[in-house]
Design a binder for this molecule. Structure first.
Ligand SMILES: Nc1ncnc2c1ncn2[C@@H]1O[C@H](COP(=O)(O)OP(=O)(O)OP(=O)(O)O)[C@@H](O)[C@H]1O
Ligand SMILES: [Mg+2]
Length: 353
């Protein structure tokens, strides 16, 4: 035990030294979370970790000089692609509300959508708005990637390679980090990076069980906030976009639903959490060599879909109902669920040599 502590202290010291070295060289490591719903970048600054985010969305509109002028006057970010103007990032929401337009996405279910021709130009524009090119060759950038959902292994390969190429073209040494592991890095430092990190996002939920920062089980399900929005929308006869707004305005899962939309939101949130706990249970039961832990493990949950009041309690109830093959010490939410993955990626970048 003492030996392990000594070792960890040494690792922490090495990271500090490495950071000092990098700061002197003018190179700052960076972390980026390219999510279905949001892209979040994290950088180390003198005062601590700084994050910035953009909505991962766009709306193509036919080009005209008049429209271009209006966009410019309204501070709406766009670029021109052939005979189209592409409104992108967070400004998309403002534009969609102004014109009641449908929003498109470069990614779906956690991965770049290979059938969306605008996916790459939009992603590149969004990334460019959050992250400058590397100042020195070989600056380290860690980017999060999900675990492949069953049957989507080939799509994950495309997703990861596409992002890596782009980051390398920006001058970075790009390192991929699993999303659940990034949550462990950002939230479980006080537990020697040991425990289960979950990220409940827009397109997916990801989970990773790590011992001393080493991932031992990784899984994902292609269900997240988008699934809830669409499922609720179709049973109550509302658009998914409208349901998303109602949901984010503050659905409270800890009290009884008061109308049709809330009732449906409760039903599909329960469905999501049951699927997540079942996937976690199954991944653990399937694992051939589960490292033996002498202590119960904590679970920490991040991601925008974990934000509603009562989510943690809903998860705890599902956990009790299904049970896991290992003992859990407790469940908690990430300090800032929306930036945890990017922060964890940044920590991973700091560890890279
Ligand atoms: N306050 C809130 N209440 C409920 N849901 C929210 C809230 N804020 C964000 N969300 C939901 O969280 C989801 C986005 O979460 P997040 O930004 O973690 O996803 P992501 O990382 O982009 O996606 P993924 O990891 O699946 O690729 C969306 O479905 C959004 O509607
Ligand atoms: Mg995510």
């Amino acid at each position: 035990m003492e030996e392990r502590k000594d070792h960890l202290w040494k690792v922490a010291q090495e990271v500090e030294d490495r950071l000092d070295e990098m700061e002197k060289a003018g190179a700052a490591p960076a972390g980026i979370d390219v999510g279905t719903s949001k892209v979040v970048a994290a950088r180390k600054r003198a005062k601590g970790i700084e994050t910035a985010s953009q909505l991962n969305a766009f709306i193509p509109i036919p080009y005209s000089r008049f429209t271009e002028t209006i966009l410019g006057q309204n501070d709406i970010s766009y670029f021109r692609e052939g005979d189209e103007l592409v409104v992108f990032a967070t400004a998309t929401e403002k534009f969609a509300n102004m014109f009641n337009a449908e929003v498109s996405r470069p990614m779906s279910d956690g991965l770049i959508n290979p059938r969306e021709k605008m996916a790459l130009p939009v992603l590149e524009a969004i990334i460019g708005s959050l992250l400058p090119k590397a100042k020195t060759q070989g600056e380290i950038l860690a980017f999060s990637v999900p675990a492949a959902p069953a049957g989507k292994e080939a799509e994950l390969t495309y997703h990861e390679a596409t992002l890596r190429r782009h980051f390398e073209a920006m001058g970075y040494k790009a390192v991929a980090i699993n999303e659940g592991l990034a949550v462990v890095f950002s939230e479980l430092e006080d537990n020697n990076f040991t425990g289960i990190g979950l990220s409940c996002g827009g397109g997916m939920c990801n989970g990773t069980l790590a011992f001393l920062s080493i991932p031992s089980i990784m899984f994902s399900i292609a269900k997240g906030g988008d699934y809830i929005d669409h499922a609720v929308g179709s049973v109550v006869g509302e658009s998914a976009t409208r349901v998303k707004v109602i949901k984010e305005e503050g659905i409270d899962l800890s009290r009884s639903p008061k109308d049709k939309v809330e009732k449906a939101l409760h039903i599909y949130y329960e469905d999501l959490v049951e699927s997540l706990v079942e996937a976690l249970r199954r991944a653990m039961s399937r694992a051939e060599k589960m490292p033996k832990s002498d202590r119960p493990l904590p679970i920490v949950i991040a991601g925008g879909s974990a934000k509603p009041r009562g989510f943690k309690e809903l998860f705890e109830r599902a956990l009790k109902g299904r049970g896991l093959p290992i003992e859990i010490s407790g469940v908690r939410l990430a300090g800032d669920p929306l930036t945890a993955t990017a922060r964890g990626a940044l920590i991973a970048a700091m560890y890279e040599k």
